[in-house]
Design a protein around this ligand. Structure first.
Ligand code: GLA
Length: 827
């Protein structure tokens, strides 16, 4: 809801309120963004005045705005948008080089309009169009500001998504003059808060180490989370949170912002000399510039804002709902995603039709639904040095071409998917030889490469058109059901031959990275619209372009090239703050793991991967029958529970490194176990995913390292209906007795030499039964008191009542509401 009263605009959602007002000088003063204020739509003049900083005299050593308002010093006004040159010396929202070379701007209120209208954005095809019932389009506030001297018009747009407590913001700058101006920055959101006690939590990393959570205080020097990679990047995801240090998973204030953008981004927070915090988010101004000609418009990508007083969970709840309802789109947005087998970690570049068909057959036998041929299928693509750009099938590897293979895969009853990397080119390719001018590179300068490849100049519409045609023909020929759209390097030597051809003014090269993104969005739009039933998955060496812009194009993204279950538990936890589980894919791969050489059990790999869009990426043909049987069972199980796992609400319980432990839960500070003596042990990941109707839930408990003699463990599900009773079960487990090594001799009547033939033979016939959980329990009991699990093996105890829960062990728990509360449990 949007209300205008006493010169203030009040934007309300059920859980949040956002207020700003017009000042006497014509600026927009931010008054409040936080948990919902009761009766916000009827605030009095005094209520609003109470939220405004009172200005009576000009402070020393500051700039008075003008003679009539000498007490107004913009340096300490909380503003909705800010610029340079009139006394505000903080990071600005907007920075322009005017026609006369000056960099001062002063945008003052002109008009405002409240309407119900879906965003109709100009240049960025990914921006959030309204996804739901047109009757319930978000409320929309458009504020027009003008810099009369520069003849520039600035529109600030606010969209209020009441259904998920989100407000999106964007800005458009329109040149109403007769001369060119240069935009040095136009951010998407500014949040000036009258407080100085915040931290910025951001998610940073590298290849195979995405989304590690960092929190830094904002009170000192300026804090910046930004990418200059050309992509939103694995180095710094654009999703950030601002909150006091004491905010926990469940309690306390937090605000969060994400950008609907996949290129260079910037999120900064600084506290001025007066204890006021400024947060900005938008396109990274470093390296950016944009020439705006008369009558042209430049539009910033949308920023997605939310806030809560229910801690990080409150943020996740709002962001997940927003992503699911308004970002993910198309046929697959809310569809159950198929379980796949991908050829990459099974074969790498060594693919050919017979291997692929054998893999596909094994996949089909295990109940897998989609077979994906990864890299290596096109001519001369036997390594990463050749052929990117030439999308012609290698007939030596695939004699029947794409259509031949696709027919055979489809003939097996599987869907068929393919890998592409349309934005890239190898120098060793026909495309490069024919069209060197289509490549981002600087004439006369040696080009630095990443993965021996270069970036195509997607700023050039001809390149996008060409790729639209090439990719369409690949998809048609392969009759593909799924596409993995990869992008495997970051930018260097940024230069667009196309932009250079438009204009000799060298400043225009500052447009290249953003024009590139617009080109990528256009290609994605062309292809997703032309192939509406194809399931597209984004990928950029894993999570190097994991953001809301990509999720507008593709409903799922390969979360990381790291398929190790322990690494993945951190990476997926990181994503879970801002993105729902239906946004990231997660595969079960071979051990030793190809990225870490770590060995974890198949059960643990499955458990972690199930909390994402699950699939397999291993050589099933080489797997012994018992592994293939286990895979078949996992696939069956996943199919039963994936409705819950893919569409449900995800909750973090205990997590390693959490700043605080939720009320009512056991847990130890990071790195310490119960005794405080075993750093590294006691690191538990505790997750729950609950169906939308709260009748079904799946839980996970994962332990990194065992603590000696620590048999007792509880599991605390979250998000259940407190009033329902749930049947609580685990999976039937039986252990290979070889896992107990020569401890077998404490039980066996004869001596058994470890790893001897006798040991192996006994192991084949004698399994150690695992613990069984089978109870009917009240949701409230489960959530508040937790369930005490069967005791874990602790140096003693070998029975079916004992949980063997050693290093890297995981358990899945299943909860199903029972209709008759009297149903008896086994316990
Ligand atoms: C990237 C992807 C991988 C795989 C390879 C193929 O690294 O992230 O999953 O597709 O490219 O070259």
């Amino acid at each position: 809801m949007i209300t205008f009263r006493h010169n203030a605009w009040i934007l309300g959602t059920p859980e949040t309120t956002y207020i700003f007002r017009k000042t006497k000088t014509g600026h927009l003063e931010h008054l409040y963004y936080g948990p919902a204020i009761a009766h916000a739509e009827s605030l009095s003049k005094d209520d609003l005045a109470a939220m405004s900083v009172r200005r009576v005299f000009p402070a020393g050593n500051m700039i008075s705005y003008d003679a009539d308002h000498s007490a107004v010093t913009l340096e300490n006004v909380n503003l909705e948008m800010s610029s340079r040159g009139k006394g505000d010396i903080r990071e600005p929202f907007l920075e322009i080089v005017n026609a006369d070379g000056s960099r001062t701007s002063d945008f003052l209120f002109d008009s405002a309009e409240i309407s119900e209208s879906a965003p109709d954005l100009l240049t960025i095809p990914c921006s959030v169009p309204w996804q739901g019932d047109p009757e319930k389009a978000p409320d929309h506030l458009k504020i027009v500001l003008k810099d009369a001297a520069a003849r520039l018009k600035l529109e600030l747009h606010y969209y209020v998504y009441e259904d998920c407590d989100v407000i999106t913001r964007t800005a458009r700058l329109i040149n109403e003059g007769e001369s060119n101006v240069t935009i040095l920055r136009l951010m998407s959101a500014q949040l000036d808060l009258e407080r100085a006690d915040l931290q910025m939590t951001a998610f940073r990393g590298a290849w195979v180490r995405e989304m590690a959570r960092f929190s830094v205080p904002v009170s000192g020097p300026k804090v910046v989370n930004a990418s200059a990679c050309g992509t939103s990047s694995n180095r710094a995801n654009p999703f950030v949170m601002l909150h006091p240090a004491q905010t926990s998973e469940d309690a306390g204030f937090a605000a969060a912002c994400n950008l609907v953008y996949s290129g260079n981004h910037w999120e900064s927070a600084e506290v001025n000399a007066f204890g006021q915090t400024r947060f900005l988010a938008g396109i990274n101004p470093e390296g950016f510039s944009w020439q705006l000609r008369p009558q042209e418009t430049f539009e910033a990508p949308e920023a997605v804002l939310t806030c809560t007083d229910s801690g990080f969970h409150g943020i996740s709840r709002h962001m997940h709902a927003f992503v699911r309802r308004h970002i993910q789109r198309g046929k697959w947005a809310d569809e159950i995603r198929p379980i796949l087998l991908n050829s990459w970690e099974a074969c790498y570049f060594k693919i050919n039709e017979s291997t692929l068909l054998r893999l596909a057959k094994a996949a089909k036998d295990s109940g897998i639904e989609l077979f994906v041929m990864d890299d290596g299928w096109f001519l001369n693509r036997n390594d990463d040095r050749h052929a990117l750009g030439d999308w012609t099938v290698d007939r030596k590897k695939l004699p029947g071409g794409l259509s031949g293979l696709s027919d055979k895969i489809h003939g097996m009853g599987l869907k068929f998917g393919i890998w592409i990397e349309p934005e890239m080119v190898n120098v060793e390719s026909n495309l490069y030889r024919t069209h060197p001018e289509w490549v981002m590179q600087i004439p006369g300068r040696e080009h630095s490469e990443g993965r021996t490849q270069r970036v195509l100049d997607f700023a050039n519409p001809a390149v996008v058109d060409y790729m639209t045609e090439r990719m369409s023909s690949v998809f048609r020929e392969g009759r593909v059901d799924y596409v993995k759209w990869d992008m495997n390097r970051i930018f260097s030597d940024v230069f667009s031959p196309y932009v250079a051809s438009l204009d000799t003014d060298p400043i225009r090269q500052g447009e290249t990275a953003h024009r590139y993104m617009i080109g990528v969005y256009r290609l994605a739009k062309n292809l997703t619209e032309a192939f509406p039933s194809v399931l597209f998955e984004g990928c950029a060496s894993g999570g190097n372009r994991f953001d809301l812009g990509m999720l507008c194009c593709f409903p799922q993204i390969w979360g990381s090239d790291n398929t190790d279950a322990i690494s993945r538990s951190y990476i997926q936890e990181g994503y879970s703050y801002g993105y729902p589980m239906s946004a990231f894919t997660s595969h079960i791969s071979a051990v030793p793991n190809h990225q870490t050489l770590r060995v974890t059990s198949l059960a643990t790999r499955f458990a972690v991967s199930a909390f994402g869009i699950s699939g397999y990426e291993l050589n099933l043909i080489d797997m012994p029958p018992y592994v293939r049987d286990a895979v078949t069972k996992q696939v069956e199980l996943y199919k039963i529970w994936r409705e819950v796992l893919q569409k449900g609400e995800f909750y973090r319980g205990r997590i390693p490194g959490a700043d605080s432990v939720s009320v009512g839960q056991s847990g130890y500070p990071e790195g310490l176990d119960a005794s405080g003596l075993y750093p590294g042990s006691g690191r538990i990941h505790e997750w729950t995913c609950v169906s939308r109707d709260r009748r079904y839930a799946v839980g996970l408990l994962l332990q990194e390292m065992v603590t000696p003699n620590s048999p007792f463990e509880s599991y605390f599900p979250r998000g259940l209906d407190p009033n329902l009773r749930y049947k609580f079960t685990n999976l039937d487990k039986s252990y290979d007795i070889r896992k107990f090594g020569d401890l077998i001799n404490t039980q066996a009547p004869v001596h058994v030499r470890q790893d001897s033939l006798l040991h192996r033979t006994i192991a084949r016939f004698v399994k150690m039964p695992g613990e069984k959980e089978n109870h009917v329990l009240l949701g409230s009991v489960l959530m508040k008191a937790g369930i005490r699990l069967s005791p874990a093996f602790a140096g003693t105890g070998y029975s079916d009542g004992v949980r063997k829960f050693q290093d890297y062990a995981a358990r899945l728990y299943f909860m199903e509401a029972v209709d008759s509360p009297e149903e008896e449990s086994d316990s």
